[in-house]
Ligand binder design. Structure first.
Ligand SMILES: Nc1nc2c(ncn2[C@@H]2O[C@H](COP(=O)(O)OP(=O)(O)OP(=O)(O)O)[C@@H](O)[C@H]2O)c(=O)[nH]1
Ligand SMILES: [Mg+2]
Ligand SMILES: [Zn+2]
Length: 248
């Protein structure tokens, strides 16, 4: 039996709508084809962290990674693996990671998400060929996916569980205007914030006695995560600024 998940094609991708229905999310990404957008993983994790949704990050299309791409993958694996996210390297033509993916999905309801063209529908077909989901090549011209899947749909898995294929994420903006929520969504920063002088109120920017800064200096916090975090904070601040101005 197939179900249509509450999500209209026109509505912006909204994890919240579906959060109640799922046990976990799988974020499919690629190092190349299409290129991994800087900060994209962190934006996604801010959303899932808020709802305490466990996430596995899949790096798909390993068959097309060159040496530098593999190094990039290893770097990502270290950063996100060390803070507790599941990491999986996969390739559909090489059948790499497919059995592991099945065991992650078994008996759970899983949302599969990611940018267009990363291979969400292809991966689902690889583990459940009878679904025969429509897939589409990435564009030669832009190197991006072509938004082949147009609405979210949930399917039975014959080995137990449900899977929700979703359209490629176009943009991940924030409705969240609360900077402290963003800070708390970076789980390793949140864990450290108990040692910040201002505790949970510390935004880990210019505050004195900040444990995140200390950890950054010691190499215990990733510079990539920290710089992506600052970008998000700035974005929220800009947003709030324009909204305040609208009131006059
Ligand atoms: N080389 C390689 N290509 C893959 C792999 N997985 C998927 N692809 C190709 O990537 C392209 C996009 O696959 P889709 O499954 O349509 O991607 P999607 O993530 O579902 O995209 P949307 O539905 O648009 O969000 C297709 O041409 C697939 O054949 C892989 O592991 N390796
Ligand atoms: Mg698709
Ligand atoms: Zn701090």
């Amino acid at each position: 039996m197939n179900y249509v998940v509450r999500q209209s094609p026109r509505r912006k991708h909204d994890l919240h709508l579906m959060a109640a229905n799922m046990d976990q999310a799988i974020l499919i990404t690629t190092i190349v084809q299409p290129d991994l957008k800087p900060g994209f993983i962190d934006r996604f994790l801010v959303m899932t962290e808020r709802d305490e949704i466990p996430v596995t990050i899949v790096f798909n299309k390993a068959d097309v990674y060159d040496e530098a791409d593999m190094e990039r993958f290893e770097e990502m694996k270290n950063i996100y693996g060390s803070i507790g996210y599941g990491i999986l390297l996969s390739s559909v033509p090489q059948k790499l990671g497919l059995e592991e993916l099945k065991s992650i999905l078994k008996d759970k309801t899983t949302l599969v998400s990611g940018q267009s063209g990363v291979g969400k529908s292809t991966l689902i077909n690889a583990i459940q060929p009878q679904l025969a989901l429509r897939t589409g090549e990435i564009s030669d011209y832009s190197g991006k996916g072509q938004h082949t899947t147009t609405f979210a749909e949930m399917f039975d898995l014959d080995f137990g569980g449900y899977i929700i294929d979703t359209p490629g994420i176009k943009t991940l903006g924030f409705n969240d205007k609360d900077k402290a929520n963003i800070a708390h969504s970076f789980r390793e920063f949140f864990a450290l914030s108990h040692n910040c002088r201002f505790g949970g109120a510390c935004l880990h920017r210019d505050e004195p006695g900040c444990a995140v800064h200390e950890a950054l200096r010691n190499g215990e916090v990733s510079e990539l995560r920290f710089s992506n975090y600052l970008t998000l904070l700035d974005e929220v601040e800009d947003q709030n600024y324009w909204e305040r101005r609208k009131e006059f």
